[in-house]
Every structure is written in C-alpha cells, then in structure tokens.
Design a binder for this molecule. Structure first.
Ligand SMILES: *Cc1c(COP(=O)(O)O)cnc(C)c1O
Length: 395
C-alpha cells in the first residue's frame, strides 16, 4: 500500500505527546482536569433539540437534502445577519449552509488554490486554514500574530513577491487561540488590502456571540466593500452550544459562495434536514441563551485570570471567545510547561505551539470546563507555585 503524499506529508500531530501522557495517567487511575477542550460543556438549549426531534419524525426529512440547504435556513441566516450586524444578504446567492464551519473552511481552498498558489495564514491559528491549503496543493505564508501588534497580522510586512502569488487571506476574530478582537477599522484595512493585491478574504468568525463586559464583536461583512472581496464563516457550534450537530454557514461574496456550492454538490449531499430545522429554530427563536452562557464563561474567565495572577503568569483579559491565552514562565517552552503542569498537578492545558510557531511561549486555557472541574483545576494550578520552587524550569 502506498499512501498519497498529502497524507504521508501531513505534519505530525503536535498534541501526541500530551495525549499519550493523558492516556498513561488515566490507565494508572490518576485523574486529570482538562482545560484543553474548546467545546461548550453546557447542553444545546432544549427548545432547539425539541425542534430537531420533531423534524426527525417528519418523513420528507428522511430524504437527501439539497446542497444549498433549505430555503428557510438560508433566509434565517440572512435575517440573523440583518438583525445582529445590520448586514443585508441575498439568501439565495450570498448564503451557504455548511456541515459545520470547519467543513467549508477545509474545502474553500479547493475552489481557489492551484499548486504554486499561496494562502496567507495567521500564526498561531486554527489548524484547518493551513491543512486545507496543503490538501489543495498550495503553499503557506505565515503572518505572525504578536502581542505588540494586538495579535493582528502586520499586512505591510508581507513581501511583494509573496503577494503576487497569494490568492487567499485568512483572518479570525474574535481569535482562537489568542482571544484577541478586531474592530471595523481593521476590517476596512483588510478590504483595501484585498482590493490592492487582488486577494480573496476568508474571515472565520465563530466567536462573535461569545463576548464579555458588554462588548459586541463586529462582523467582517460590516466593512464597506467586504462583500466584493470576501466571505465570512460562521457557526452555530459556539453561539448555541451545537458543536455535535455540525452546522455552520458561509456568507458574503456571491462568486465565492457559488464556487463552494458547486464543489460541495460534488462532495457531499447536504446537511440532514432535521438539523437544518433545529438551526432555523436557534437563529430565529429566543436569544437569551447567549447572554446566559456568556455570563457563565465570564465568571469562569475571571476565576482563571485571578488564579493565573496568583501563580505569577501573565494573561490579557479576553473580551471575547472561550479561551485565556497565558504566557508561560520565562525559560519554558510551551510544550514543556504543559507537560510539567500535567506531571506535577494533573492539569491539562493546550501548548500554544500546537497552533503554530507563533504560539510558542503561551498556553491556552478553555472556559468550557464544567464548574466543579474548574474549581478542582484552579485549586490544583494554585498549588503549582510550590512546585515551581522545587523543579528547575527546563530550557
Ligand atoms: C470551533 C471553531 C471552528 C469550527 O466550527 P464548526 O462549525 O464546529 O466546524 C472554526 N474556526 C475556529 C477558529 C473555531 O474555534
């Protein structure tokens, strides 16, 4: 058997070491507390699941769905964008439901990237932007996200030579993993940059609804001209705790929407319709759950930030998203620090380097951890201070 190069050359999974360690610990009967998972711990609101159950019993929903999704769902997405962001979308031409945002994110490269083409990718970032590009035979150019630049890419630093071959530019705000946010001024700058260099923009925005202290994240689609140059990926996963149902959307530029729809009509056979009806319910039903969940995350965020301060770790207080991006102690690599926390106090955090070289020096703590585990995890982490004096930090 000979595997294809695109699989053989897949970079090794960076979390392997940690995953193995966890399995070892569990086999020994030791319990670990994980701050690593970015998956809402709270259930999907019951009225949404109720709609899904009801739709599951309706025989027309037992048949093949259409690639473009139910017209009712496209309409609900367009109306949600209008209500939430004041953005007008043509429900037939500028909206495409997805089997989760990840599915569209992974596949869009196939619509734009030929071998030799470049995609501009933030570093650190959600790994799917780069993997999708590589599967399409494209090349990557990493744009470092640094604290000095508020974790925004420095577009002026991209060499002209790279820009000539670049076709896609990926951005993601509120950002995973850094917790950074971007305002409309930045999005307008991105639109101008795209026009100047003939780039198509992909903005990944699954966290616009998860925000704190009254902050309201913007949509890229609110920037003048955004629809001419790009699309936005969004998802019901994080807003409505629906990760398991697999439903998201891409909205914006009609030619880009059409390209992905054409590709998908040859790849998949749409989203199970009962799930589409549940999504309509989520988008058009009561929205109180969003504030309720955000209040829970905000309380957890404050507890995590306090604890980090207590053990002497620096972290910015995120205004949005589900993560705290904390600096590791001086002299540590993020992987070694994550390993030491697991070894010494039985707590799992995600090493920043898992999201790219630019994540080195940081670890990510997720706020999607049930309260009881959070309390246990925080108390364990607080005790790490003692270990710090006993164990020499590794170089
Ligand atoms: C969770 C997440 C997604 C994936 O969302 P799905 O709709 O569940 O596929 C995409 N991008 C980022 C940055 C995420 O954190």
């Amino acid at each position: 058997m000979r595997l294809a190069k695109r699989i053989e050359n897949l970079p090794p999974y960076l979390f392997v070491r940690i995953t193995e360690k966890i399995a070892e610990k569990k086999a020994k009967g030791e319990d670990v507390v994980s701050f690593a998972i970015g998956d809402p711990d709270i259930a999907t609101p019951p009225y949404i699941v109720e709609r899904l159950c009801q739709a599951a019993k309706d025989p027309p929903n037992h048949r093949y769905p259409e690639t473009g999704g139910l017209p009712q769902l496209r309409q609900a997405i367009a109306e949600w964008y209008q209500k939430r962001f004041g953005v007008s979308l043509d429900a037939d031409k500028e909206v495409l439901p997805l089997i989760g945002a990840k599915e569209g994110i992974a596949h869009i490269a196939l619509c734009f990237i030929d071998p030799g083409d470049i995609a501009l990718i933030p570093d650190p970032a959600y790994p799917v932007y780069s993997k999708g590009t590589l599967f399409a035979g494209g090349e990557l150019y990493y744009m470092p996200l640094t604290e000095e630049n508020h974790f925004l890419p420095d577009l002026d630093a991209i060499p002209t030579k790279v820009l000539k071959r670049a076709k896609l530019l990926w951005i993601n705000y509120p950002n995973n993993p850094t917790g950074a946010v971007a305002d409309l001024k930045f999005f307008r700058r991105v639109v101008g940059f795209a026009q100047q260099h003939d780039l198509s923009i992909c903005h990944d925005a699954p966290y616009t609804e998860i925000a704190y202290d009254g902050y309201q994240p913007a949509s890229f689609m609110q920037a003048d001209g955004a629809k001419e140059v790009g699309v936005e990926f969004h998802s019901l996963s994080k807003s409505y705790n629906m990760t398991g149902w697999r439903i998201g959307m891409m909205v914006g530029n009609a030619a880009m929407v059409n390209a992905l729809k054409r590709l998908k009509s040859n790849l998949d056979s749409g989203i199970p319709q009962a799930i589409q009806y549940a999504a309509v319910e989520a988008l058009t039903g009561p929205q109180d759950c969003i504030q309720e969940h955000n209040a829970i995350y905000q309380r957890r965020r404050d507890l995590v930030i306090d604890m980090l301060k207590n053990i002497g770790l620096e972290a910015r207080v995120p205004r949005a998203g589900m993560y705290v991006w904390a600096k590791v102690p001086p002299g540590y690599a993020s992987m070694d620090f994550a390993n030491d926390l697991l070894e010494q106090v039985g707590v799992i955090v995600t090493p920043g380097v898992g999201y790219g070289k630019g994540g080195e020096g940081y670890v990510r703590l997720s706020l999607t951890i049930p309260d009881a585990a959070l309390v246990k995890g925080l108390s364990r982490l607080s005790s790490w201070q003692d270990h710090k004096n006993r164990f020499k930090p590794k170089k």
